[in-house]
Design a binder for this molecule. Structure first.
Ligand code: ATP
Ligand code: MG
Length: 393
């Protein structure tokens, strides 16, 4: 069956008053964006606390659903058969026809739930419920009515046209991107950071990203992998400005000047500093990382404290309490896993010490960083200046 409209359900808790408009307008924008290059013509509009997507032209219903399933803020997608408003007899025929096509197996129970949005329609919603119910029962003797727990809720909406639907396809939930500000994601080629970006974007936050690479120690392919991951996150989060920072000279300098067991922590601190520079410049309200407590030496509570210390913006770590297995599950579900496990080198693993400190003392780390005083300012400035920005869609 082809559908002419999709009725979008969204969570309404906590979005009362003025916020509701912002939420709905952002959702309309995000839906338009998700459909911008799909074949067909789409009209996305809100009406009476609902959002509708009317489809025209050569569109593919399945493709439309696939795209809507990636839009944060959508709780459910109802594929609607939209019919001309050609009198009540025709409405009954359309409802019977809908049931016939949607439910080839008629051994089901159902209930009609009508809504008369067009108040001038001559039949009221109670009557529609009763009369359409009768028409369906008459057409299909096996079908039964169950008003408490029906297998099928047959929704009928009378608007300028007649909208008939019964299925609700789950959406991703969350809030429309753009309703909760912007944050900068430290995006590596691993499994965790794309998931972290997804989770924060799901709360309505627009994402920018920063990737540190170290050519020639890390390859062009490693960089491409991160661009690909950003693309996959952008399927949900919308366009992402990806900053690609050349970190080689900073890493080599740290390697020369600092104790090797502190390398990872000190490198991480410079990543945070540089990310925060871009974040502030671009109006981001926080940083995002894929860290989780105790996952590796650089993610113990002491290490997290040491990396946290260099930033003044809040650092959001949505995976902080997740086990690796749980992170992998999300990454499989959102489609980043296959790319994340491709075996390309990461700048942190190349300069990693055999026995990194697991309980760094912040004062000791600060002291070690004093060894960098001579050149680090210049190197950071140069890394910022030579940063390449890729607009990922
Ligand atoms: P991931 O799977 O996200 O790479 P990980 O388990 O490999 O995480 P680490 O390498 O310790 O963990 O990195 C912790 C976090 O630091 C990452 O989740 C990411 O947010 C950030 N990070 C690490 N390396 C880079 C990098 N090269 N560029 C940008 N951010 C990075
Ligand atoms: Mg990593």
């Amino acid at each position: 069956m082809t559908f002419q409209t999709f009725l979008i359900k969204y969570g309404e808790i906590g979005i009362k008053g003025k916020n509701r408009y912002l939420f709905e307008d952002a959702l309309v924008r995000q839906i338009r964006f998700a459909l911008r290059d799909a074949e067909g013509r789409f009209s996305v509009y809100k009406s009476q606390a609902r959002i509708y997507v009317d489809c025209e032209g050569n569109y593919d219903s399945d493709e439309v659903v696939e795209r809507l399933r990636n839009v944060f803020g959508i709780v459910g997608i109802c594929p609607v058969a939209r019919r001309e408003n050609a009198g009540f007899d025709q409405l009954k025929r359309d409802a019977v026809d809908y049931m016939d096509q949607m439910y080839p197996d008629k051994n089901i129970t159902f209930k009609v739930e009508a809504r008369r949005a067009k108040k001038t329609y001559p039949v009221n919603s109670m009557e529609i419920n009763r009369l359409v119910g009768e028409a369906v029962l008459e057409a299909f003797p096996e079908i039964r009515v169950d008003v408490h727990k029906p297998d099928v809720m047959l929704y009928i909406e009378v608007r300028d046209q007649i909208y008939i639907y019964s299925r609700i396809i789950p959406g991703p939930g969350g809030m429309p991107v753009g309703t909760n500000g912007k944050a900068a994601l430290l995006l590596s080629g691993g499994i965790d950071s794309p998931v972290a970006g997804y989770m924060i974007a799901k709360r309505g936050v627009q994402i920018e990203a920063v990737y540190f690479h170290a050519p020639p120690y890390t390859s062009e392919r490693a960089k491409q992998k991160v661009i690909d991951l950003a693309k996959q996150v952008a399927k949900y989060a919308g366009p992402i400005r990806l900053h690609i920072v050349n970190f080689t000279d900073i890493q080599l300098y740290i390697y020369d000047q600092c104790p090797h067991e502190e390398l990872t922590i000190i490198m991480r601190r410079y990543m945070m500093r540089i990310s925060e520079y871009f974040a502030k410049k671009d109006g981001c309200l926080g940083l995002i990382t894929g860290e989780s407590i105790g996952q590796v030496a650089s993610q113990t509570m002491q290490s997290l404290a040491a990396t946290n210390e260099v930033c003044s913006l809040p650092v959001y770590r949505p995976l902080i309490g997740f086990d690796k297995k749980e992170i992998v599950e999300v990454s499989e579900r959102i489609g980043t896993y296959e790319t994340s496990i491709l075996p390309y080198e990461d700048c942190c693993t190349i300069f990693v010490a055999k026995h990194p400190v697991t309980k760094p003392n912040v004062n000791v780390i600060r002291k070690s960083e004093e060894n960098l005083a001579e050149k680090i300012g210049e190197l950071v400035a140069e890394a910022i200046e030579t940063t390449q920005i890729v607009e990922v869609k």
